[in-house]
Design a protein around this ligand. Structure first.
Ligand code: SAH
Length: 345
Protein backbone atom coordinates (compact mmCIF):
# COMPACT_ATOMS: atom_id res chain seq x y z
CA UNK A 1 0.00 0.00 0.00
CA UNK A 2 1.37 3.47 -0.86
CA UNK A 3 1.79 5.85 2.12
CA UNK A 4 -0.84 8.05 0.53
CA UNK A 5 -3.35 5.19 0.33
CA UNK A 6 -2.98 4.70 4.09
CA UNK A 7 -3.80 8.39 4.63
CA UNK A 8 -6.78 8.22 2.25
CA UNK A 9 -8.19 5.17 4.07
CA UNK A 10 -7.78 6.95 7.41
CA UNK A 11 -9.66 9.96 6.11
CA UNK A 12 -12.48 7.81 4.70
CA UNK A 13 -12.74 5.84 7.95
CA UNK A 14 -12.92 9.06 9.93
CA UNK A 15 -15.24 11.17 7.79
CA UNK A 16 -16.90 8.86 5.25
CA UNK A 17 -16.55 8.43 1.48
CA UNK A 18 -14.54 11.21 -0.20
CA UNK A 19 -15.36 13.23 -3.30
CA UNK A 20 -13.39 12.66 -6.51
CA UNK A 21 -12.09 16.23 -6.15
CA UNK A 22 -10.64 15.54 -2.69
CA UNK A 23 -9.12 12.29 -3.96
CA UNK A 24 -7.50 14.06 -6.94
CA UNK A 25 -6.17 16.84 -4.74
CA UNK A 26 -4.52 14.33 -2.40
CA UNK A 27 -3.18 12.14 -5.22
CA UNK A 28 -1.67 14.97 -7.24
CA UNK A 29 -0.59 17.62 -4.78
CA UNK A 30 -0.44 16.17 -1.24
CA UNK A 31 2.52 18.09 0.27
CA UNK A 32 4.57 14.92 0.93
CA UNK A 33 3.14 12.17 -1.23
CA UNK A 34 1.42 13.92 -4.15
CA UNK A 35 2.23 12.74 -7.66
CA UNK A 36 3.64 16.07 -8.86
CA UNK A 37 5.38 16.77 -5.57
CA UNK A 38 7.46 13.60 -5.57
CA UNK A 39 8.69 13.33 -9.14
CA UNK A 40 9.34 14.57 -12.64
CA UNK A 41 6.72 12.54 -14.54
CA UNK A 42 7.51 13.73 -18.05
CA UNK A 43 9.25 12.10 -21.00
CA UNK A 44 9.87 8.59 -22.29
CA UNK A 45 11.23 7.36 -18.95
CA UNK A 46 8.32 8.91 -17.07
CA UNK A 47 4.57 8.51 -17.35
CA UNK A 48 3.53 10.79 -20.20
CA UNK A 49 4.85 13.29 -22.75
CA UNK A 50 3.37 16.76 -23.15
CA UNK A 51 3.43 18.93 -26.28
CA UNK A 52 6.37 21.14 -25.23
CA UNK A 53 8.36 17.96 -24.46
CA UNK A 54 7.56 16.47 -27.88
CA UNK A 55 9.36 19.25 -29.75
CA UNK A 56 10.69 22.81 -29.45
CA UNK A 57 8.34 23.65 -32.35
CA UNK A 58 5.36 23.75 -29.98
CA UNK A 59 6.96 26.37 -27.72
CA UNK A 60 8.21 28.37 -30.69
CA UNK A 61 4.72 28.67 -32.12
CA UNK A 62 3.33 29.62 -28.70
CA UNK A 63 6.19 32.15 -28.55
CA UNK A 64 5.16 33.65 -31.88
CA UNK A 65 1.58 33.99 -30.60
CA UNK A 66 2.83 35.55 -27.36
CA UNK A 67 4.91 38.10 -29.32
CA UNK A 68 1.88 38.99 -31.45
CA UNK A 69 -0.24 39.43 -28.30
CA UNK A 70 2.39 41.68 -26.71
CA UNK A 71 2.53 43.83 -29.86
CA UNK A 72 -1.29 44.06 -29.84
CA UNK A 73 -1.08 45.14 -26.17
CA UNK A 74 1.09 48.10 -27.32
CA UNK A 75 4.48 46.62 -26.34
CA UNK A 76 4.29 47.54 -22.62
CA UNK A 77 6.63 46.33 -19.87
CA UNK A 78 4.89 43.07 -18.98
CA UNK A 79 4.89 39.79 -17.10
CA UNK A 80 4.94 36.39 -18.72
CA UNK A 81 3.17 34.03 -16.33
CA UNK A 82 3.01 30.27 -16.75
CA UNK A 83 0.72 28.10 -14.67
CA UNK A 84 1.89 24.54 -13.96
CA UNK A 85 5.01 24.68 -16.10
CA UNK A 86 6.35 21.15 -15.51
CA UNK A 87 10.02 21.14 -16.48
CA UNK A 88 9.95 24.72 -17.79
CA UNK A 89 10.60 23.67 -21.37
CA UNK A 90 7.70 25.66 -22.84
CA UNK A 91 8.80 28.85 -21.07
CA UNK A 92 12.39 28.50 -22.30
CA UNK A 93 11.23 28.03 -25.92
CA UNK A 94 8.74 30.91 -25.71
CA UNK A 95 11.34 33.30 -24.25
CA UNK A 96 13.81 32.54 -27.07
CA UNK A 97 11.26 33.60 -29.68
CA UNK A 98 9.95 36.52 -27.68
CA UNK A 99 13.40 38.03 -27.12
CA UNK A 100 14.08 37.87 -30.84
CA UNK A 101 10.90 39.94 -31.28
CA UNK A 102 12.20 42.51 -28.78
CA UNK A 103 10.12 41.44 -25.75
CA UNK A 104 11.83 40.93 -22.39
CA UNK A 105 9.16 40.14 -19.81
CA UNK A 106 9.38 39.54 -16.09
CA UNK A 107 8.90 35.78 -15.80
CA UNK A 108 6.56 34.27 -13.19
CA UNK A 109 5.86 30.60 -12.55
CA UNK A 110 2.78 29.46 -10.65
CA UNK A 111 3.81 26.02 -9.40
CA UNK A 112 2.90 23.94 -6.34
CA UNK A 113 5.64 21.37 -6.70
CA UNK A 114 8.99 22.32 -5.14
CA UNK A 115 10.64 19.61 -7.18
CA UNK A 116 9.29 21.00 -10.46
CA UNK A 117 10.13 24.57 -9.39
CA UNK A 118 13.74 23.40 -9.26
CA UNK A 119 13.45 21.83 -12.72
CA UNK A 120 12.05 25.13 -14.02
CA UNK A 121 14.89 27.11 -12.42
CA UNK A 122 17.35 24.93 -14.29
CA UNK A 123 15.93 26.03 -17.64
CA UNK A 124 14.86 29.61 -16.93
CA UNK A 125 16.92 31.98 -14.81
CA UNK A 126 15.80 35.12 -13.02
CA UNK A 127 12.16 34.10 -12.65
CA UNK A 128 9.80 34.46 -9.67
CA UNK A 129 7.95 31.49 -8.21
CA UNK A 130 4.59 31.46 -6.42
CA UNK A 131 2.13 28.72 -5.51
CA UNK A 132 -1.05 30.40 -6.66
CA UNK A 133 -2.09 32.97 -9.25
CA UNK A 134 -3.35 35.51 -6.68
CA UNK A 135 0.27 35.98 -5.56
CA UNK A 136 1.22 37.39 -8.97
CA UNK A 137 0.90 41.21 -8.95
CA UNK A 138 -1.59 42.72 -11.39
CA UNK A 139 -0.49 44.52 -14.55
CA UNK A 140 0.04 43.93 -18.25
CA UNK A 141 0.70 40.21 -18.71
CA UNK A 142 0.51 37.20 -20.97
CA UNK A 143 -0.64 34.02 -19.19
CA UNK A 144 0.21 30.54 -20.50
CA UNK A 145 -0.98 27.11 -19.37
CA UNK A 146 -0.38 23.74 -21.00
CA UNK A 147 -2.01 20.70 -19.39
CA UNK A 148 -2.43 22.65 -16.14
CA UNK A 149 -6.20 22.82 -15.77
CA UNK A 150 -6.71 19.08 -16.29
CA UNK A 151 -4.70 18.49 -13.11
CA UNK A 152 -7.00 20.57 -10.91
CA UNK A 153 -9.61 18.69 -8.86
CA UNK A 154 -12.98 17.86 -10.42
CA UNK A 155 -16.23 16.70 -8.80
CA UNK A 156 -18.34 14.14 -10.63
CA UNK A 157 -22.10 13.60 -10.65
CA UNK A 158 -24.28 10.86 -12.14
CA UNK A 159 -28.01 10.79 -12.66
CA UNK A 160 -29.87 7.67 -11.48
CA UNK A 161 -33.60 6.84 -11.20
CA UNK A 162 -33.90 8.86 -7.99
CA UNK A 163 -31.98 11.93 -9.15
CA UNK A 164 -28.40 13.18 -9.17
CA UNK A 165 -25.68 11.59 -7.03
CA UNK A 166 -22.14 12.71 -6.41
CA UNK A 167 -19.57 10.05 -7.25
CA UNK A 168 -17.40 9.22 -4.25
CA UNK A 169 -14.60 6.89 -3.18
CA UNK A 170 -15.23 4.57 -0.26
CA UNK A 171 -13.76 1.51 1.44
CA UNK A 172 -15.02 -2.05 1.07
CA UNK A 173 -13.31 -5.04 2.62
CA UNK A 174 -10.14 -3.02 2.83
CA UNK A 175 -10.22 -1.88 -0.82
CA UNK A 176 -10.86 1.56 -2.31
CA UNK A 177 -14.07 1.41 -4.36
CA UNK A 178 -16.27 3.76 -6.36
CA UNK A 179 -19.63 4.65 -4.95
CA UNK A 180 -22.45 7.18 -5.16
CA UNK A 181 -23.38 9.57 -2.38
CA UNK A 182 -27.05 9.65 -1.37
CA UNK A 183 -29.13 11.62 -3.84
CA UNK A 184 -29.57 15.28 -3.21
CA UNK A 185 -32.96 14.54 -4.79
CA UNK A 186 -35.22 16.78 -6.77
CA UNK A 187 -33.22 17.64 -9.87
CA UNK A 188 -34.25 16.75 -13.38
CA UNK A 189 -32.02 14.71 -15.65
CA UNK A 190 -32.05 11.49 -17.63
CA UNK A 191 -30.71 8.30 -16.12
CA UNK A 192 -27.03 7.86 -17.04
CA UNK A 193 -26.47 11.56 -17.61
CA UNK A 194 -23.26 12.94 -16.11
CA UNK A 195 -21.66 16.20 -15.01
CA UNK A 196 -18.18 17.23 -13.99
CA UNK A 197 -17.68 20.40 -11.99
CA UNK A 198 -14.19 21.84 -11.63
CA UNK A 199 -14.68 24.69 -9.22
CA UNK A 200 -10.99 25.45 -8.74
CA UNK A 201 -10.35 25.49 -12.50
CA UNK A 202 -13.29 27.83 -13.03
CA UNK A 203 -12.02 30.09 -10.24
CA UNK A 204 -8.62 30.34 -11.92
CA UNK A 205 -10.15 31.04 -15.34
CA UNK A 206 -12.32 33.71 -13.74
CA UNK A 207 -9.30 35.28 -12.09
CA UNK A 208 -7.49 35.32 -15.44
CA UNK A 209 -10.47 36.94 -17.16
CA UNK A 210 -10.67 39.60 -14.42
CA UNK A 211 -6.96 40.30 -14.81
CA UNK A 212 -7.41 40.75 -18.56
CA UNK A 213 -10.29 43.12 -17.86
CA UNK A 214 -8.13 45.24 -15.50
CA UNK A 215 -4.89 45.51 -17.53
CA UNK A 216 -3.92 44.80 -21.15
CA UNK A 217 -3.13 41.15 -21.52
CA UNK A 218 -3.67 37.79 -23.15
CA UNK A 219 -4.15 34.19 -22.07
CA UNK A 220 -3.42 31.00 -23.96
CA UNK A 221 -4.76 27.75 -22.52
CA UNK A 222 -3.81 24.45 -24.15
CA UNK A 223 -5.29 21.24 -22.86
CA UNK A 224 -7.23 18.21 -23.82
CA UNK A 225 -10.93 18.66 -23.82
CA UNK A 226 -14.13 18.95 -25.81
CA UNK A 227 -16.79 21.33 -27.11
CA UNK A 228 -20.42 20.87 -26.07
CA UNK A 229 -21.33 19.75 -29.59
CA UNK A 230 -19.12 16.66 -29.18
CA UNK A 231 -19.44 16.06 -25.49
CA UNK A 232 -18.15 12.58 -24.49
CA UNK A 233 -20.63 9.84 -23.56
CA UNK A 234 -19.49 9.53 -19.98
CA UNK A 235 -17.31 10.79 -17.14
CA UNK A 236 -13.83 11.75 -18.29
CA UNK A 237 -11.49 11.18 -15.32
CA UNK A 238 -8.56 8.96 -16.25
CA UNK A 239 -5.27 7.75 -14.80
CA UNK A 240 -2.08 7.38 -16.82
CA UNK A 241 1.07 5.61 -15.72
CA UNK A 242 4.09 4.74 -17.87
CA UNK A 243 2.30 5.85 -21.02
CA UNK A 244 -0.68 3.55 -20.41
CA UNK A 245 -4.14 3.86 -18.93
CA UNK A 246 -4.23 2.82 -15.29
CA UNK A 247 -6.90 2.21 -12.63
CA UNK A 248 -7.40 5.57 -10.87
CA UNK A 249 -7.96 3.81 -7.52
CA UNK A 250 -4.81 1.68 -7.76
CA UNK A 251 -1.67 3.00 -5.99
CA UNK A 252 -2.90 6.55 -5.31
CA UNK A 253 -0.18 9.12 -5.84
CA UNK A 254 1.70 6.96 -8.36
CA UNK A 255 -0.28 7.83 -11.51
CA UNK A 256 -1.32 11.06 -13.20
CA UNK A 257 -5.04 11.82 -12.93
CA UNK A 258 -6.73 14.11 -15.44
CA UNK A 259 -10.15 15.01 -16.80
CA UNK A 260 -11.27 16.58 -20.08
CA UNK A 261 -11.86 20.33 -20.12
CA UNK A 262 -15.26 21.60 -21.25
CA UNK A 263 -13.94 24.41 -23.44
CA UNK A 264 -17.37 25.98 -23.91
CA UNK A 265 -17.49 26.72 -20.18
CA UNK A 266 -14.01 28.28 -20.22
CA UNK A 267 -14.90 30.35 -23.28
CA UNK A 268 -18.06 31.69 -21.64
CA UNK A 269 -16.18 32.75 -18.52
CA UNK A 270 -13.88 34.95 -20.63
CA UNK A 271 -16.71 36.27 -22.78
CA UNK A 272 -18.66 37.23 -19.64
CA UNK A 273 -15.82 39.61 -18.71
CA UNK A 274 -15.84 41.19 -22.19
CA UNK A 275 -12.67 39.47 -23.46
CA UNK A 276 -12.29 38.48 -27.11
CA UNK A 277 -11.98 34.69 -26.93
CA UNK A 278 -11.80 31.76 -29.34
CA UNK A 279 -11.12 28.04 -29.20
CA UNK A 280 -9.64 25.81 -31.88
CA UNK A 281 -7.89 22.46 -32.18
CA UNK A 282 -4.18 22.19 -31.41
CA UNK A 283 -3.64 21.15 -35.04
CA UNK A 284 -5.57 24.18 -36.30
CA UNK A 285 -3.62 26.56 -34.09
CA UNK A 286 -0.16 25.16 -34.84
CA UNK A 287 -0.80 24.79 -38.56
CA UNK A 288 -2.20 28.28 -39.02
CA UNK A 289 0.84 29.73 -37.25
CA UNK A 290 3.26 27.88 -39.53
CA UNK A 291 4.46 24.75 -37.75
CA UNK A 292 4.75 23.03 -41.16
CA UNK A 293 7.21 25.64 -42.44
CA UNK A 294 9.09 25.64 -39.14
CA UNK A 295 9.50 21.86 -39.40
CA UNK A 296 10.95 22.24 -42.90
CA UNK A 297 13.45 24.86 -41.79
CA UNK A 298 14.58 22.71 -38.86
CA UNK A 299 14.82 19.58 -41.01
CA UNK A 300 16.87 21.38 -43.67
CA UNK A 301 19.21 22.72 -41.00
CA UNK A 302 19.98 19.22 -39.67
CA UNK A 303 19.17 16.45 -42.14
CA UNK A 304 19.99 13.71 -39.60
CA UNK A 305 17.10 14.94 -37.46
CA UNK A 306 14.59 15.12 -40.33
CA UNK A 307 12.78 11.89 -39.34
CA UNK A 308 12.47 12.89 -35.70
CA UNK A 309 11.12 16.30 -36.71
CA UNK A 310 8.54 14.73 -39.04
CA UNK A 311 7.47 12.38 -36.22
CA UNK A 312 7.09 15.27 -33.80
CA UNK A 313 5.04 17.25 -36.32
CA UNK A 314 2.79 14.24 -36.83
CA UNK A 315 2.42 13.70 -33.12
CA UNK A 316 1.46 17.32 -32.43
CA UNK A 317 -0.97 17.76 -35.31
CA UNK A 318 -2.45 14.50 -36.56
CA UNK A 319 -6.07 13.84 -35.54
CA UNK A 320 -5.14 10.34 -34.35
CA UNK A 321 -2.60 11.77 -31.92
CA UNK A 322 -2.71 15.18 -30.21
CA UNK A 323 -4.13 17.27 -33.07
CA UNK A 324 -7.85 17.17 -32.37
CA UNK A 325 -8.35 16.03 -28.78
CA UNK A 326 -6.07 18.85 -27.66
CA UNK A 327 -7.54 22.32 -27.96
CA UNK A 328 -6.22 25.84 -27.64
CA UNK A 329 -8.14 28.75 -26.14
CA UNK A 330 -6.92 32.29 -26.75
CA UNK A 331 -8.29 35.34 -24.96
CA UNK A 332 -7.32 39.02 -24.88
CA UNK A 333 -8.42 42.07 -22.90
CA UNK A 334 -11.68 43.77 -23.88
CA UNK A 335 -11.03 46.07 -26.84
CA UNK A 336 -7.92 44.22 -28.07
CA UNK A 337 -7.82 42.08 -31.18
CA UNK A 338 -7.15 38.37 -30.72
CA UNK A 339 -3.88 37.44 -32.51
CA UNK A 340 -4.13 34.86 -35.34
CA UNK A 341 -4.27 31.12 -34.74
CA UNK A 342 -8.00 30.59 -34.39
CA UNK A 343 -9.35 30.63 -37.94
CA UNK A 344 -10.15 26.92 -38.01
CA UNK A 345 -12.81 25.64 -35.62
N1 SAH B 1 2.88 22.43 -18.54
C1 SAH B 1 3.77 21.31 -18.33
C2 SAH B 1 3.35 20.39 -17.18
C3 SAH B 1 1.94 19.87 -17.18
S1 SAH B 1 1.63 18.80 -15.81
C4 SAH B 1 3.91 20.55 -19.63
O1 SAH B 1 3.10 20.76 -20.52
O2 SAH B 1 4.84 19.74 -19.75
C5 SAH B 1 0.79 19.82 -14.62
C6 SAH B 1 1.63 20.88 -13.95
O3 SAH B 1 0.79 21.64 -13.08
C7 SAH B 1 2.78 20.38 -13.09
O4 SAH B 1 3.86 21.30 -13.18
C8 SAH B 1 2.15 20.39 -11.68
O5 SAH B 1 3.10 20.39 -10.65
C9 SAH B 1 1.35 21.66 -11.75
N2 SAH B 1 0.23 21.77 -10.81
C10 SAH B 1 -0.70 20.82 -10.54
N3 SAH B 1 -1.63 21.29 -9.67
C11 SAH B 1 -1.29 22.58 -9.41
C12 SAH B 1 -1.85 23.61 -8.59
N4 SAH B 1 -2.95 23.40 -7.89
N5 SAH B 1 -1.24 24.82 -8.58
C13 SAH B 1 -0.11 25.04 -9.30
N6 SAH B 1 0.47 24.09 -10.10
C14 SAH B 1 -0.10 22.89 -10.14
Amino acid sequence: MTPLEALIRQEITATGPMTVARYMELCLTHPQHGYYVTRDPFGMAGDFITAPEVSQMFGEIVGAWTAAAWIEMGRPAFKLVELGAGRGTLMADVLRVLRRAGGSPEVWFVEVSQHLQEEQARRVSGAEWVKSLDQVPDGPAVYLANEFFDALPVRQFLCAEDGWHERVIGLQEDRLIWGLAPSAGGQVGSVGDWRERAQQAHDVVNQLALRLARAPGAALICDYGYRQKDRPDGLTLQAVRRHERADPLCDPGQADLTWLIDFDVFQELYAAKGCAVRVTSQAGFLTELGIGQRAEVLANASRDKADAIADALERLTSPEQMGTLFKVLGAVSPGLELPPGFEST
